[in-house]
Design a protein around this ligand. Structure first.
Ligand code: PHE
Length: 346
């Protein structure tokens, strides 16, 4: 029946989709050309019973319109797709290149590198150790007696108890001294940069982690004079020839005698300012002669060998060099802050 044929054709037209031009062309050839299906149905229509003609004619015209519209819309869609593809594939070789943004070194890396290079010149090699430490390397071997109040000097993050031994985040890089001395035979001449952790409330002046550089020199006949001269050279290299140093007696369990070293304030040059609290001096490190107990703990003959050690905070030095007053800036990763160090030598 003609009516069913029109109905089937309509269904096919409505459902038609084409994914390429060939399929659209096949559709046109099937339905729309003069030898096509619609034309054939019109021919059949001529001999349809008179009373059905009105209804069939309407249906046929509708089918024709639907097919034409479908073909037009499918074709349009395919054409715009291929235009988009062309656009995407077009390479304009005359366009200016995309700028390559230069990263910058973190100020702490810059300062660490500078410190390491100065000590390299004096024959110190770099040595590193783990950040998760046992009690022995962080405290006991360094002459902190059990229950010694000196353990309270450093607010430790304890992680777990391993049998008799506490496991903690190292509170200073002095633990690397012990590892180094245990591993080999003197002489040792090394610096040990690294991150350390202390349980402190975070503020502009304190953080729960920071960075230190430890120094160790052990040999026959090393004296306090060597310590002073080494650190004096270091300060002159880092802060300039006119920088003065002074040593104040201090206490560390692992050095005897111990001292803290101040340098003349890099900001006011000793005149007195806020940074040096109007004293003209700023403290930069702790140091001393390695305590014979520490040498013995590490199986080094303290009758034969002596040595010195020192430890400094990298943030502190960066603060003096770049006047970064808020410690939190170092770990916030704010690009506006970091970008300021772009021009520093890499
Ligand atoms: N470890 C000490 C601290 O963290 C610094 C230090 C190192 C002092 C070596 C003397 C010798 O405060």
């Amino acid at each position: 029946m003609l009516k069913d044929k029109i109905y089937d054709a309509k269904k096919e037209v409505l459902a038609f989709e084409a994914s390429d031009i060939q399929q659209a062309e096949d559709f046109r050839l099937k339905f729309l050309v003069s030898k096509g299906l619609i034309k054939a149905l019109f021919n059949e229509f001529k001999s349809a019973p008179a009373e059905e003609k009105r209804m069939l004619g309407k249906e046929l015209n509708e089918l024709k319109k639907l097919a034409e519209e479908k073909y037009a819309s499918v074709k349009k869609k395919l054409e715009s797709n291929s235009q988009q593809e062309d656009e995407n594939n077009r390479l304009d070789l005359t366009l200016a290149g995309e700028g390559v943004e230069l990263g910058s070194r973190h100020p702490l890396s810059l300062v660490r590198k500078e410190i390491v290079e100065i000590f390299n010149k004096l024959g110190f090699v770099v040595s590193e150790g783990p950040e998760i430490e046992d009690d022995w390397h962080n405290f006991s071997a360094l002459n902190f007696a059990p229950e010694h109040p000196a353990r309270d000097m450093q607010d430790t993050f304890f992680i777990q108890r391993n049998g008799d031994e506490e496991i903690a985040l190292r509170t200073h890089t002095s633990s690397v001294q012990v590892r180094m001395m245990e591993k080999g035979n003197p002489p040792f001449r090394a610096i040990m940069p690294g991150r350390v952790y202390r349980n402190e409330a975070i503020s502009a002046r304190a953080h729960c982690f920071f960075h230190q550089v430890e120094g160790l020199y052990i040999d026959k006949g090393v004296s306090f004079a060597d310590l002073k001269q080494t650190l004096f050279y270091f300060v002159q290299e880092l802060f300039g020839e006119n920088t003065k140093v002074r040593f104040r007696p201090s206490y560390f369990p692992f050095t005897e005698p111990s001292a803290e070293m101040d340098i003349s304030c890099t900001i006011c040059k000793g005149e007195g300012c806020q940074l040096c609290k109007h004293s003209g001096w700023v403290e930069i490190l702790g140091c001393g002669m390695v305590d014979p107990n520490v040498l013995e703990n590490c199986k080094i003959d303290s009758k034969k060998f002596t040595g010195f050690a020192f430890g400094m905070g990298i943030e502190r030095i960066a603060n003096l060099k770049y006047e970064i007053k808020d410690l939190r800036l170092f770990s916030e990763n704010d690009v506006r802050f970091l970008k300021q160090f772009e021009s520093e030598l890499i």
